[in-house]
Design a protein. Structure first.
Length: 266
């Protein structure tokens, strides 16, 4: 079997490094090049091997030399659209985990991908447990009128609320067909987190945490909590690997890992 050739964009970051390890463990995938704005060396060593691959801050140069099938992106939100614009022109599929993308940017990604006939998977959370958490929260959303989300992440995370919390709140409200009931305080100075679709999202940022989220749904006399905890970044890798294998042959934007898991809408 010819392996799928992969470039990692944002390779020197925390997620980029985890992806390198995961790719090197995966027989059907081959890391052929790496890109990071902070690159100073021109090769990056592969884990548990004497081999290395091309490293550069210049994405176009790495695409031209390595001819990847897929680019995996874990960089920063403002780097994503320029990377997609370049990748599609070379017919390269993309798997994007970078969070903080705006709706208009997602629309542009979809039209670029369709225009050039490539697939782009964008998922704000590649942890399969998180995808299940959102699916279960959507299922329960019709039966409760109030909900809040507490999301906890490491202190280096730049965005708040997290992409996963925003996705969860929007998905829950979509399923209900209306926003949740938001308790109104008579005291205007009371801070109740960021309100999305009637759901207050509380963002905790502390060292010692990776990524956790709890969705609490409530109605008089009862609450239902759906909670997902992670202990290290390996939790994202099965989802990233699945998307990298599935994106070949797709056309346009595939938004959310659940689309590749065959989870039925509720
Ligand atoms: N979708 C998911 O499941 C998931 C999981 C964890 C993190 N994330 C997201 O992934 C992104 C990266 O997270 P991280 O913790 O690895 O961050 P990080 O800061 O450790 O790594 C980002 C890397 O991108 C590089 N970079 C920045 N701008 C660039 C550019 N213009 N071109 C090339 N490289 C560039 C940086 O030099 C850095 O090495 C964030 O948006 C984060 O929220 C997503």
């Amino acid at each position: 079997m010819i392996p799928t050739k992969v470039i990692v964009h944002g390779v020197l970051g925390r997620m980029g490094q985890e992806v390198v390890h995961a790719l090197c463990r995966e027989p059907g995938l081959q890391l052929v090049g790496a890109v990071d704005i902070q690159a100073v060396a021109n090769r990056i060593p592969l884990p548990n091997s004497k081999d290395s691959v091309l490293l550069s801050s210049d994405l176009e140069k790495v695409i031209k030399e390595c001819k990847p099938d897929v680019i995996i992106d874990f960089s920063t939100a403002k780097a994503v659209l320029p990377a997609v614009s370049l990748a599609v022109r070379y017919g390269t599929n993309m798997v994007i985990g970078t969070t903080g993308l705006q709706t208009d940017e997602l629309r542009t990604i979809d039209s670029l991908a369709k225009e050039y006939g490539v697939g782009v998977v964008v998922a704000s959370n590649f942890a399969l447990g998180a995808v299940m958490m959102i699916h279960l929260a959507k299922t329960a959303a019709k039966y409760f009128d109030s909900a809040e989300i507490i999301e906890k992440h490491h202190h280096m995370k730049v965005d708040a609320p997290s992409g996963t919390a925003l996705t969860t709140a929007k998905a829950m409200a979509d399923t209900r067909g209306k926003p949740f009931n938001r308790p109104i305080s008579k005291e205007p100075s009371v801070s109740r987190g960021q309100q999305i679709e009637g759901i207050a999202i509380h963002s905790v940022r502390l060292p010692g945490i990776l990524a956790n989220q709890e969705v609490i749904l409530s109605s008089p006399g009862q609450t239902l909590s759906i909670k997902h905890d992670t202990v290290n970044r390996e939790c994202y890798m099965p989802g990233v690997i699945l998307a990298t294998k599935e994106v070949n042959g797709k056309k346009g934007l595939i938004y959310g890992l659940e689309k590749l898991l065959g989870l039925k809408g509720v």
